[in-house]
Design a protein around this ligand. Structure first.
Ligand code: AMP
Length: 204
């Protein structure tokens, strides 16, 4: 099992799509996508409020759902945006210890804050496939929209949460941490991650 972490707008979704294009067999489990998908169902409507405010939602719920989904794929997955706080990290730690699952790599995406602010202002979202892009405005045969949590105020709130939790999360999880800068060309970022993936696969 691998884990992809990073601040909001650091490009985790784009990295996931890029790596999947290169290796279609990879399974990305994005906590944000899972929650947005759930929020469409009437019984999970309450999630929508947390999402639009940029708050962490439903820790118990997301932990159980993410780890059950990971189990379905025999842990050959990349968890994206999960864990995001110490409680979630502890949940994963206990789960992986109990089930003898190895965390092969924790990829921590880093981006200059000024760029995060710029990306938040310009990125669009496809309501159908959940793709985000700062360069495109059309996807799945329709206009992309603005996510209602993509604004400066929510970004600063989400960044504050991320900055206060990330070192606690990294200290809690057992696995090698790889810091990857995603300021520049996405191809460079994908190449760097893919090279580490290959090394991990070679060692296992
Ligand atoms: P993202 O798609 O990663 O930008 O996340 C969008 C929103 O989903 C966040 O602002 C949170 O409201 C929620 N979310 C994403 N991941 C988690 C998580 N691990 N735990 C709780 N809430 C989350």
């Amino acid at each position: 099992m691998k884990i992809l972490l990073g601040p909001p707008c650091s490009g985790k979704g784009t990295i996931g799509l890029g790596l999947k294009e290169r290796n279609p067999e990879l399974v990305f489990l994005s906590a944000g996508n899972v929650l947005r998908e759930m929020a469409r169902k009437p019984e999970y409507k309450f999630i929508e409020e947390g999402l639009s405010r940029g708050e962490m939602v439903a820790t118990d719920l997301i932990c159980e759902i993410m780890m059950k989904k990971a189990e379905e794929y025999n842990y050959k997955v990349i968890l994206d945006g999960f864990p995001r706080n110490l409680m979630q990290a502890n949940y994963i730690k206990n789960w992986t210890e109990k089930n003898n699952i190895k965390i092969e790599g924790i990829f921590c995406i880093q981006v200059d804050e000024a760029l995060l602010i710029k990306r938040t202002a310009t990125r669009n979202f496809c309501n159908i496939c959940q793709k985000t892009s700062c360069f495109e405005n059309f996807c799945c045969n329709q206009e992309m929209i603005k996510r209602n949590d993509d604004n400066a105020e929510i970004l600063s709130k989400r960044l504050a949460i991320y900055n206060s939790e990330i070192s606690l999360v990294l200290n809690c999880l057992c696995g090698p941490v790889y810091y990857i800068y995603n300021n520049e060309d996405i191809t460079n970022t994908l190449n760097k991650i893919e090279k580490i993936f290959n090394e991990i696969d070679f060692l296992n």
